[in-house]
Design a protein around this ligand. Structure first.
Ligand code: ATP
Ligand code: MG
Length: 196
C-alpha cells in the first residue's frame, strides 16, 4: 500500500487542497490520498478553530465520490494535541507513506515535533504556494507537485465569508452548501445574501 497523507485544519477544506491531492495522486504513484483533519492543531493553539465535527464533515464532503481520495477521522477522534509523527506512526509500518505539505508548511518542517522521525517515516511532497521561496525547503529529496499556485487559504476564505463576500467555487460545491446550511464563518449579522 502506498499512501499520500494530506493533513490540515481544513477550516474549510478548499480547492487548493483538492489540487494538491490530485497532483499527489498523479505524480507519486500512490494508491490513495488520505485527507486527515487535525483534532487540536498545536500550531494553531492561539486561534479559534471551527468545531471538529464541522471540519470532519466538510472534509468528507470534499473527497466524496473520488475513488482515490479518502477522509480519515483518526486525528479528530483523538484527544489532546495532534502531532504529525503520531499520525504517521499509526499507519502499518509496511505502508509506504508520503506527506503532502504546502510550501509554507514544508518550510517550517524542521521545527516540528520529532522532525527527523517524520522525514524518516514519510517522503515529502510539496504543493507550491505563493509567497514561499523554493530555497526555503531544506528537505533535499522532496518532490514538488505540479499544480498552479493559488493565493487562497482557509484564513482568507473565513475573512471573505465574514465580510459577506462569496467563497463559492473556492470550496467544493457540497462544502459551500454545508457552510450555508450551518451558517459557518458568518458575521453576526448575516450578510452573505440569499442562496440561489
Ligand atoms: P489556514 O489559513 O487556516 O491555515 P490553510 O489554507 O493554510 O488554512 P490548512 O488546513 O492549514 O489550510 O492546510 C492544510 C495543508 O494544505 C497545509 O500543508 C497547507 O500548506 C496546504 N495548503 C493550504 N492552502 C494551500 C494553497 N493555496 N496552496 C498550496 N498548499 C496549500
Ligand atoms: Mg495554513
Amino acid at each position: 500500500m502506498r499512501r499520500a497523507i494530506l493533513g490540515g485544519t481544513f477550516d474549510p477544506p478548499h480547492i487548493a487542497h483538492l489540487l494538491a491531492g490530485e497532483a499527489a495522486y498523479r505524480q507519486l504513484g500512490v494508491d490513495v490520498v488520505t485527507f486527515i483533519p487535525a483534532g487540536a492543531p498545536w500550531q494553531k493553539a492561539d486561534r479559534e478553530v471551527s468545531d471538529s465535527v464541522h471540519r470532519w464533515r466538510m472534509t468528507q464532503l470534499t473527497v466524496e465520490g473520488i475513488p482515490y481520495f479518502e477522509a480519515d477521522p483518526r486525528e479528530v477522534e483523538r484527544d489532546g494535541w495532534t502531532y504529525t509523527i503520531e499520525t504517521l506512526e499509526s499507519f502499518p509500518p509496511e505502508e509506504e507513506l508520503w506527506l503532502v505539505l504546502g510550501a509554507d508548511a514544508a518550510a517550517g518542517l524542521p521545527t516540528w515535533h520529532r522532525y527527523r522521525e517524520v522525514v524518516e517515516r514519510a517522503r515529502i511532497a510539496v504543493a507550491p504556494r505563493p509567497g514561499t521561496d523554493r530555497r526555503r525547503i531544506v528537505q533535499g529529496d522532496a518532490v514538488w507537485l505540479d499544480m498552479p499556485e493559488l493565493p487562497i487559504s482557509g484564513t482568507e476564505l473565513r475573512h471573505r465569508a465574514r465580510e459577506g463576500r462569496s467563497i463559492r467555487f473556492l470550496v467544493h460545491d457540497r462544502v459551500w452548501d454545508y457552510i450555508c446550511t450551518h451558517g459557518l464563518y458568518r458575521a453576526e449579522t448575516d450578510n452573505m445574501g440569499p442562496r440561489p
